[in-house]
Design a protein around this ligand. Structure first.
Ligand SMILES: Nc1ncnc2c1ncn2[C@@H]1O[C@H](COP(=O)(O)OP(=O)(O)OP(=O)(O)O)[C@@H](O)[C@H]1O
Ligand SMILES: [Mg+2]
Length: 239
């Protein structure tokens, strides 16, 4: 494992309103890792992603982000504008001033990104008029086109039909394979986690109860030894 961390949390805690949502999180993520966040509803996965992306302040502890790493986040429901698919991506690229691209350059890159996710045919259609699967691919294109070092995804396939799920998952796998991309994503889909993750983090009530290589996590007896709670969760999801 590379000794450089793209992002690191030390004893991190987050409060939302009066509620303590994350507690004592210690996490170090190296370049190229594919980290799945698992845990039941309300366990803190989205909050952790938002914290990593820099969208939430810390109540305690520390966060370090590699200043040379670009982060892009994909929300569970894509935030698309009422403009064409192509302009949604172009704008996303153009607004990222760290890229320093002109509108024309941004547009060229957006055209390539749409091609990469198979949306060239609908480039001129309104972004919000696309199907759920297409919208998710569009949002993915917009994130990928910024050439992030770290891609944070919040249940990227949750609301999709089985076919679209697989399509979006395959795209994520391609992105993660071809480039030195660090992937951190929340998922309720154990099959997807098995297929894509190199490491699995299990959260319960805002705490990390297991942080293991994927093969150890999915070895029932090993997991039971590391974390009975994570083991019970996985058994519950399978049965
Ligand atoms: N704005 C807020 N104010 C107070 N509490 C909040 C706020 N947003 C989220 N929470 C609480 O924080 C906890 C963690 O929420 P979070 O959305 O991170 O969970 P999650 O693991 O992503 O759940 P899910 O699987 O349902 O997406 C929940 O108990 C939730 O009620
Ligand atoms: Mg969530």
């Amino acid at each position: 494992m590379n000794s450089r961390a793209v992002v690191q949390l030390q004893n991190a805690g987050v409060k939302l309103g009066s509620a303590t949502v994350l507690t004592g999180i210690d996490l170090r993520i190296a370049p190229g890792e594919r980290v799945a966040l698992l845990g039941s509803n309300g366990s803190g996965k989205s909050t952790l992603l938002r914290l990593l992306q820099g969208l939430l302040p810390l109540a305690s502890g520390q966060v370090h982000r590699d200043p040379n790493s670009r982060l892009a986040m994909l929300f569970q429901r894509p935030h698309l504008l009422r403009i064409s698919a192509l302009n949604n991506v172009t704008l996303g690229i153009w607004l990222d001033r760290s890229l320093g691209l002109s509108w024309r350059q941004a547009r060229e890159r957006a055209v390539q990104a749409l091609q990469r996710v198979g949306l060239t045919a609908v480039a001129q259609q309104g972004g919000r008029q696309l199907s759920g699967g297409q919208q998710q691919r569009l949002a993915l294109a917009r994130a990928w086109a910024r050439q992030p070092d770290v891609l944070l995804l919040d249940e990227p396939t949750a609301s999709l039909d089985p076919y679209a799920k697989r399509e979006v998952e395959n795209l994520i796998a391609e992105f993660a394979q071809g480039e030195a991309l660090t992937l951190i994503w929340a998922s309720h889909n154990l099959g997807q986690v098995k297929r894509l993750a190199s490491r699995v983090i299990y959260l319960e009530a805002g705490r990390v109860l297991a942080d293991l290589p994927v093969d150890v996590f999915f070895n029932a007896s090993a997991l039971a030894e590391h974390s009975p709670q994570a083991h019970a969760f996985v058994q519950g999801e399978i049965s």
